[in-house]
Design a protein around this ligand. Structure first.
Ligand code: FES
Length: 112
């Protein structure tokens, strides 16, 4: 099992979280199973950017994003060099620390 640490996010995860997840699972599924209600508007088919996360630790252990993921990420709010779509990240053996961006694209629109 691999330890996943989530930094506090004011709405989705106010106290932060740390849990164990099975390698091979997607990060999005693991977060939802652990009760971290990350948005996932397209249900994990890489057609939105609402599951955007920033990998603070463990980024280099992940397999690289493909073109489809990069295209969606380009639309994400608050994109960083270590941004990924949680539904496209397969958990490996290396622990991950992630940050949930302050807004998703959906929220950014609502706040316009
Ligand atoms: Fe839509 Fe991840 S849930 S891209």
């Amino acid at each position: 099992m691999t330890i996943i640490t989530v930094l506090p996010h004011p709405e989705t995860c106010p106290d932060g979280a740390a849990f164990e997840a099975k390698p091979g699972k997607t990060l999005c599924d693991a977060l939802l199973a652990a009760g971290v209600e990350i948005e996932h508007a397209c249900d994990g088919v890489c057609a939105c950017s609402t599951c955007h996360v920033i990998i603070k630790e463990g980024f280099s252990s992940l397999s690289a994003a493909d073109d489809e993921e990069e295209d969606q990420l380009d639309k994400a709010w608050g994109l960083t060099a270590t941004s990924r779509l949680a539904c496209q990240v397969k958990i490996g053996d290396i622990p991950l620390t992630i940050e949930l961006p302050r807004y998703t694209l959906n929220h950014a629109r609502e706040h316009d």
